[in-house]
Design a protein around this ligand. Structure first.
Ligand SMILES: *[C@@H]1O[C@H](CO)[C@@H](O)[C@H](O)[C@H]1NC(C)=O
Ligand SMILES: *[C@@H]1O[C@H](CO)[C@@H](O)[C@H](O)[C@H]1NC(C)=O
Ligand SMILES: *[C@@H]1O[C@H](CO)[C@@H](O)[C@H](O)[C@H]1NC(C)=O
Ligand SMILES: *[C@@H]1O[C@H](CO)[C@@H](O)[C@H](O)[C@H]1NC(C)=O
Ligand SMILES: *[C@@H]1O[C@H](CO)[C@@H](O)[C@H](O)[C@H]1NC(C)=O
Ligand SMILES: *[C@@H]1O[C@H](CO)[C@@H](O)[C@H](O)[C@H]1NC(C)=O
Ligand SMILES: *[C@@H]1O[C@H](CO)[C@@H](O)[C@H](O)[C@H]1NC(C)=O
Ligand SMILES: *[C@@H]1O[C@H](CO)[C@@H](O)[C@H](O)[C@H]1NC(C)=O
Ligand SMILES: *[C@@H]1O[C@H](CO)[C@@H](O)[C@H](O)[C@H]1NC(C)=O
Length: 420
């Protein structure tokens, strides 16, 4: 009844009558009519779980949402079967498909999904907040990131970080919900080491596992940098990850530091921001708020050849792949090691503390993250980012094959020097 009244009110206010609110049965039958029968069945299956109920309550609360609805074939994939048999997990995975806000590209039609064009990416929060799958600062919900390669009408919209690839097939308005049918189920991102491995960051994965963060654990023992990044008390980070080729190129510097844990920790700490997850649309050249976990400022600038990060001592690198999502933050892959061994612990601590308190106060965002217009109507075209074309980013992992081979060799040499 409440929803019925609400929908009357809404249709009275919005004369274009797009925001017709549906109740749960109405929504389910709309999904079924659209041929999304497996998706509707999945929503029914999670009806008995708390995250499932929360998700359905949200979808019928009269606010705008964008829902990524996997088609029937997507639910037949073997990897999805094990999720489908676990209602609690299924509910969490489905809540990763619901994005607050109406992500419509109004210049392209009333049911056209708003989407950035590479090198820009549209990033938005979902409803996934469960602590076993996501632990971002301020208990922020996990994000999804999507983009397209160019503006042509046959340029497919796809999601970053999904294997198998997930593409948008069709979009339609279902009451106050924009429904985009997708080719596969979206899986929430995993931990640092798994995500790094999936992105061929083999050498970095080895190094973060070797460098100690003294007395990190409450019982006073050391953690490795990897353990620190994956620890429960770590909520939010932005890691600028040198790829294997970058680490290979910095090999002589690194081997000189092999016996100096203090220096290696400073070096690694200058590659991440502790306590804040900054997605690519937020790496803004006009802001001076970026401070590494070693207390060194980081600046960003974009030009026609790409987006660059520069550390306080001038060490600089180009971002070659953005928005590699993890359960506790994000990784942006860079093409050089930022060789800065300086640290300012007081500055690092204060940056971390202000990040933590800012995160606690931040309201839920219902538009694209970091876009200039973030009104709750979500009517923005979802751009953001730095409008400059970057072919290296456009190709995703530039020259991945070669980099892996060379990087692996570099890692073996490096390990040899460490061990020997
Ligand atoms: C969920 O279950 C409740 C009670 O069993 C029912 O009223 C409601 O319609 C169901 N919702 C969906 C989406 O199946
Ligand atoms: C979207 O636009 C089409 C044609 O312009 C129109 O037929 C349709 O009713 C519109 N849908 C909504 C939900 O406004
Ligand atoms: C970390 O937090 C998760 C979710 O709250 C919990 O399931 C897990 O047991 C915690 N791990 C440790 C080591 O405390
Ligand atoms: C902990 O780390 C410190 C500094 O890197 C090191 O000196 C110490 O030996 C480490 N402790 C253990 C038990 O490994
Ligand atoms: C200290 O805590 C860490 C993390 O909880 C644990 O892995 C380690 O075994 C503990 N060490 C000791 C000596 O209790
Ligand atoms: C280790 O590196 C730090 C930071 O660069 C430096 O201050 C220190 O002197 C080095 N220690 C040794 C033993 O070389
Ligand atoms: C872009 O900026 C980077 C870093 O400041 C610089 O190295 C590069 O030469 C610039 N490229 C162009 C085309 O201006
Ligand atoms: C983040 O900063 C806090 C406060 O300075 C520190 O205790 C913690 O170890 C840091 N975490 C990481 C992963 O660097
Ligand atoms: C929902 O989205 C439509 C279309 O963008 C907008 O006109 C309307 O104001 C939004 N409603 C709410 C409650 O945000």
């Amino acid at each position: 009844m409440r929803n019925f009244l609400l929908s009357l009110v809404l249709s009275g206010i919005c004369l274009h009558a797009q925001a017709q609110s549906l109740d749960a049965p109405g929504l389910m039958s709309a999904f079924q009519k659209a041929g999304l029968t497996s998706f509707a069945t999945a929503l029914g299956k999670v009806n008995g779980t708390k995250p499932g109920q929360d998700m359905m309550a949200a979808l019928v609360n009269g606010n705008n949402y964008t829902v990524y609805a996997p088609n029937n074939a997507a639910f037949d994939a073997p990897a999805v079967a094990s999720v489908s048999n676990n209602p609690q997990l299924l509910a969490q995975v489905l809540s990763y498909h619901v994005v607050p806000g109406y992500f419509v590209n109004s210049t392209q039609g009333n049911a056209s999904l708003a989407c950035a064009v590479l090198p820009s990416v549209t990033v938005a929060h979902t409803l996934l907040t469960d602590g076993t799958l996501v632990d971002l600062e301020g208990n922020n919900a996990q994000v999804v990131a999507w983009t397209r390669n160019d503006m042509t009408s046959n340029s497919t919209i796809y999601f970053l970080n999904q294997k198998p690839e997930v593409t948008v097939l069709t979009t339609m308005a279902v009451g106050h919900i924009l429904v985009a049918t997708i080719s596969n189920v979206l899986m929430p991102p995993g931990s640092f080491d798994k995500v790094a491995a999936a992105n061929n960051l083999t050498s970095l994965n080895g190094i973060v596992d070797m460098v100690a963060v003294p007395s990190f654990f409450p019982n006073g023992t050391n953690a490795t940098v990897e353990q620190a990044l994956e620890a429960n008390r770590t909520q939010g980070y932005t890691f600028f990850a040198p790829d294997d080729a970058a680490l290979k190129n910095a090999q002589s510097t690194l081997t000189g530091l092999v016996n100096n844990q203090t220096a290696l920790l400073a070096l690694l700490s200058n590659h991440y921001i502790n306590g804040t997850t900054y997605y690519s649309p937020q790496l803004d050249s006009s802001s001076s708020n970026f401070v590494s976990a070693a207390g060194q400022s980081l600046t960003f600038n974009a030009n026609s050849s790409g987006t660059y990060i520069t550390s306080a001592n001038g060490a600089s690198a180009k971002i070659i792949k953005t928005d590699v999502l993890t359960d506790r933050g994000v990784i942006h892959i860079v093409d050089h090691v930022l060789v800065n061994l300086n640290r300012d612990d007081a500055k690092a601590m204060s940056a971390y503390q202000s990040a933590t308190s800012a995160a606690a106060q931040r309201p839920t965002q219902t538009g694209p993250i970091g876009a200039s217009s973030t009104s709750s109507s979500g009517g923005s075209t979802g751009g953001g980012g730095h409008g400059t074309k970057n072919t290296a980013i456009a190709m995703g992992v530039a020259s991945a094959g070669g980099a892996v081979a060379v990087g692996a060799l570099g890692w073996i040499l490096f390990m040899g020097l460490v061990v020997g």
